[in-house]
Design a protein around this ligand. Structure first.
Ligand SMILES: [Zn+2]
Length: 165
């Protein structure tokens, strides 16, 4: 089983395909960097959104997404895109990886991050999803933000993605 990250409106761009194990690592390391870098609630919301793609809570092979389903906000789009690109780049720089109790397979994770970066870089605001139930399909939209005391990652409704792994 596997998960994919797509940009449906741009079929010319390749989806990111990851097996379940790689997906868990991908979501964990992105959630770590996003939680460290988030400076405001809009950015914390993005950190929770990534963390909510939690196979430990919601099932293996069920957490793929389309980049249109990120919690994009028309007025803050440029800032959000910049933030996510910064998160991806910092993840490639192994930001916060010392919290992991395993060693990620760097070549696989870097390839996934590079392909994900292409989708985010290309994303245009008019393609965003307007269905709140699709954007927040796994957990409710966060109203407050709780950091896991063990991992310093923002928790979703079902807890911490690293604790659940
Ligand atoms: Zn945790």
């Amino acid at each position: 089983m596997s998960n994919s990250i797509s940009y449906e409106k741009r079929p010319d761009l390749h989806s990111v395909q990851m097996n379940n194990g790689l997906t868990s690592v991908f979501i964990s390391v992105i959630a770590i960097a996003a939680s460290i870098l988030a400076k405001n609630d809009l950015q914390r919301k993005i950190a929770v959104w990534f963390a909510s793609h939690d196979q430990g809570s919601f099932g293996l092979g069920l957490v793929g997404f389309d980049v249109s389903e990120l919690p994009w906000n028309q007025d803050n789009f440029d800032e959000q895109k910049h933030f996510i690109l910064q998160v991806i780049d910092s993840t490639k720089g192994q930001m916060g990886w010392e919290i992991l109790d395993y060693e990620p397979h760097k070549e696989w994770i870097f390839t996934s991050l590079e392909n994900f970066r292409i989708l985010i870089e290309a994303f245009e605001i008019q393609d965003r999803c307007n269905q709140i139930s699709e954007i927040w399909g796994y957990v409710s939209e966060p109203k407050m933000f709780i950091l896991c005391p063990k991992h310093n990652v923002y928790e979703h409704d079902g807890g911490c993605v690293l604790c659940n792994d």
